[in-house]
Design a protein around this ligand. Structure first.
Ligand code: GLP
Length: 241
């Protein structure tokens, strides 16, 4: 894995936005893999700015999101669909019909997950996947477990993640306890992966991820098996390495 350590969140976001933009310029029908959480917001702002300046064009871009809470409706302001509309899609010239986020209202989640995986394949795979990392080393909602799923699936959230994500909800009780998420193999279908981390609360996860040991106890540690991963993290997130 290539590692870039930045001074702070702003520099991390600027470098990530530049990298994504450079990749987008190489190909009109680009497939962009997206993540939610606070971490990629600065990168999305950078992409919005570049789009407004006419440096990049989303008109033929398709996007695929990593995960979504389950159950949740898209108009719930804590849903990842709502987040993506607010933080990126509403501000660039992307056709929303070309944006895919797992459906938190799916009646048959297992059937939906199969369709979602097929959608990724139909799009020809993801060109660049943006990832964040959970405090416990999760990617998407692939939580530390003895066994990890390969493909898109319905999963339970760990208490650690429920607590970490409670800050967005009125109370911890309101955090959905399940989610739909791409699996490890779905993420690995991306040709290039950028994983972003900022702040001291990610330092343990980054240390584990870069330790040169692979363990399902830190799902992000599996990323070293992928041929093209760039870690962009700030000094605080890198402080325990
Ligand atoms: C959530 C998401 C992850 C994200 C993580 C970190 O649990 N499912 O995809 O990477 O949180 O979020 P943040 O960037 O807010 O720290």
């Amino acid at each position: 894995m290539k590692v870039i350590v930045t001074k702070n969140y702003e520099e991390m976001s600027r470098i990530a936005a530049d990298m994504v933009a450079e990749e987008m310029k190489k190909k009109e029908e680009f497939v962009l893999g997206l993540a939610t959480g606070d971490t990629p917001v600065g990168t999305y702002n950078g992409l919005i700015e570049k789009c407004k300046k006419g440096e990049i064009d989303f008109s033929k871009v398709h996007s695929v999101n990593l995960d979504e809470y389950y159950p949740i409706t898209p108009d719930n302001d804590q849903s990842y669909r709502y987040f993506m509309n607010e933080k990126l899609f509403n501000h660039v010239n992307i056709d929303k019909a070309n944006t895919f986020v797992p459906d938190g209202t799916a009646k048959d989640p297992d059937a939906f997950c199969k369709e979602y995986e097929a959608k990724i394949d139909e799009l020809g795979g993801i060109d660049v996947q943006i990832l964040g990392i959970g405090r416990n080393g999760h990617i998407g909602f692939n939580e530390p477990e003895a066994e990890l799923y390969a493909y898109t699936h319905l999963t339970g959230l760990t208490q650690n993640t429920i607590e970490a994500n409670a800050r967005f909800f009125a109370s911890e009780d309101e955090v959905p306890k399940q989610a739909l998420t791409m699996g490890i193999k779905s993420v690995f279908k991306a040709r290039r992966i950028l994983i972003l981390a900022s702040g001291a609360n990610k330092a343990e996860a980054i240390q584990k991820m870069l330790k040169d040991r692979i363990s399902t106890d830190c799902p992000a540690s599996l990323l070293c098996l992928h041929p093209d991963v760039t870690v962009i993290c700030d000094e605080a997130a890198y402080s325990l390495v």
